[in-house]
Write a protein that binds this ligand. Structure first.
Ligand code: 13P
Length: 246
């Protein structure tokens, strides 16, 4: 089975209305990239504007988090249905920054992934071990448990992002062999749980992806694209990363 690659940009808490120009450059550049899906995940404040600017292009717009409930007394939170209404087609759930800074458990992440499904959004479910966990030889065990607890049953309509926590924003990346090992492990776990259907699930790599290392990381077997943080804020860098699939 051939999975169409996806390069998604997670803007995190960056971007003001003036950033629309960067998105427009991404949309323009995407016309040259027929073999890869592109996605930009801006902060919620820019979703509707970005969705309008990307309409008709093959750049999808995603959100960075959602609440598990469809509505209610949850001051400051945003429901998956609201993200969909604003023009998102996907939502990142369980990013390590949410797991660490907002104490999100696997059960919370699973509830959010189910909310995404309910609203008609594709969940991008993030998993990844810390440096200590890797050094202790527990990377596969930790990621296996996160997959077990965070993925919903009853479908295979999500995307996985493997993001080793120690590679996020550090400039340090795993070796291609380590990436191959982990993506192969995730693929095997998906196959064990979802059977043949697991073949359709894309597994992205995330953590310090830059134009200079994109080819080495994204051409590894079982890597179906990237979830890019810092380098996705600049259209030129983001497009250069996606250009690996030219
Ligand atoms: P960086 O690309 O800035 O390391 O961030 C990766 C990430 O967390 C994407 O979700």
């Amino acid at each position: 089975m051939t999975r169409r690659p996806l390069v998604a940009g997670n803007w995190k808490m960056n971007g003001l209305s003036a950033s629309i120009g960067e998105l427009e450059r991404i949309v323009a550049g995407a016309r040259m990239l027929a073999n890869v899906d592109l996605m930009v995940c801006p902060p919620a404040t820019l979703l509707a504007r970005f969705a309008g600017a990307a309409r008709g292009s093959h750049v999808a717009i995603g959100a960075q988090d959602c609440h598990a409930q469809p509505c209610g007394a949850y001051t400051g939170d945003i429901a998956a249905e609201m993200l969909k209404d604003a023009g998102a087609s996907a939502v990142i759930v369980g990013h390590s920054e949410r797991r660490q800074l907002h104490d999100e458990s696997d059960a919370t992440v699973r509830a959010k992934a189910l909310a995404a499904r309910r609203a008609g959004l594709t969940a991008i479910v993030c998993v990844g071990e810390t440096r200590n966990e890797r050094d202790a030889g527990r990377a596969h065990e930790v990621v296996g448990a996160q997959l077990e607890g965070s993925l919903p049953d009853g479908g295979h309509d999500f995307i996985i992002a493997y993001e080793p926590v120690w590679a996020i924003g550090t400039g340090v990346t795993p070796t291609p062999d380590d990436v191959r090992g982990m993506h192969g492990f995730v693929r095997a776990r998906l196959a064990a749980r979802f059977g043949q259907m697991a073949e359709a699930i894309r597994i992205l790599y995330g953590g310090s992806v830059k134009p200079s290392n994109a080819k080495e990381l994204l051409t590894v077997e079982q890597v179906d694209g990237a979830l890019v943080g810092g380098a996705s804020l600049k259209a030129d860098e983001f497009l250069a990363i996606a250009g690996v699939y030219r």
